[in-house]
Design a protein around this ligand. Structure first.
Ligand code: ADP
Length: 263
């Protein structure tokens, strides 16, 4: 542990005393607090759809069932809420697997160009529907990185999913890839709503959402970026974000090259 000593100012000029903090105690407390917060967050996220399903169920049993049209409408809402619940459980399972590093096992040389092309075509229909321009600025070949191809695809999926969700119709999204020194850098840039400066440091935290209501409406739980960060970290890389509210966001990550560039 690290020792921290801060002089305490007395009323006069002389020092009144010294505060000594044992770092490892505060770190452990912080971890504990994070865990408690996590459980509270999960419970809250689970409770919201459950409360709504329960409410519609009770209303149906109380007599609303006599009207077939209402019944159908309520059942549809209950179906959607059930979908949300199972998405949340899936996300949580993914996150815990990644956090415990139980997933990254299919390590192999990975061609990011292939992954970028594959993921981009996955999202073309969604982009088209919103009239978003999805462009790729990716060289034909790039040196490989070493990692798990499914996990690395997941990173791009989550970033693109957000870019599409948080960019208003007729905006544009650009994916770039390049080599910088002995790293591969991949960027996902959008012309979307952007992220306020005060939210930027927290954006990769589990359950953190800038606008809970808006994000929930779009189906988000604030888990996507936490997953991204864990995957990139497990691959020895880094992820960063720059953003201007009302203008757009740029997410970029770097990964070490499988074969360091020859001098
Ligand atoms: P969610 O599932 O809620 O989108 P994420 O972890 O993927 O969760 O993202 C966390 C929050 O970061 C989002 O709720 C949103 O507020 C913000 N965010 C993420 N990506 C973007 C983006 N490209 N543009 C604007 N805001 C974003």
């Amino acid at each position: 542990f690290r020792l921290h000593a801060t002089p305490l100012k007395g009323s006069g000029r002389e020092t009144g005393g010294v505060v000594v903090v044992l770092r490892d105690v505060t770190e452990r407390k912080k971890l504990e607090q994070m865990r408690t917060e996590f459980v509270a967050n999960v419970s809250h996220e689970l409770r919201t759809p459950l409360t709504s399903i329960k409410g519609f169920l009770e209303t149906l049993l109380d007599g609303a069932m006599n009207d077939p049209k209402t019944t159908r409408q309520f059942l549809e809402i209950m179906g959607q809420e059930t979908e949300r619940l199972s998405r949340l459980v899936d996300d949580l399972l993914d996150l815990s697997k990644i956090e415990e590093r139980r997933v990254v096992h299919r390590w192999q040389p990975v061609n990011m160009v292939d992954i970028i092309n594959r993921v981009a075509s996955l999202f073309r229909p969604q982009a088209k529907e919103k009239e978003l321009t999805l462009s790729l600025e990716v060289p034909r070949d790039l040196p490989s990185v070493y990692g798990d191809p499914d996990m690395l695809a997941q990173v791009l999926i989550n970033l693109l999913d957000n870019a599409i969700k948080y960019t208003p119709p007729r905006g544009s999204i650009t994916i770039r890839a390049m080599v910088l020194e002995d790293e591969l850098r991949v960027e996902v840039e959008d012309t979307g709503i952007g992220i306020p400066a005060e939210s930027l440091p927290r954006i990769f935290e589990r359950f953190y959402r800038v606008d809970k209501a808006r994000s929930r409406e779009l189906g988000g739980f604030g888990i996507g970026l936490a997953i991204v960060k864990h995957i990139i970290r497990a691959h020895g890389g880094k992820i960063e974000v720059e953003s201007t509210p009302g203008k757009g966001s740029l997410f970029y990550f770097t990964l070490p090259l499988a074969e360091p560039a020859s001098p």
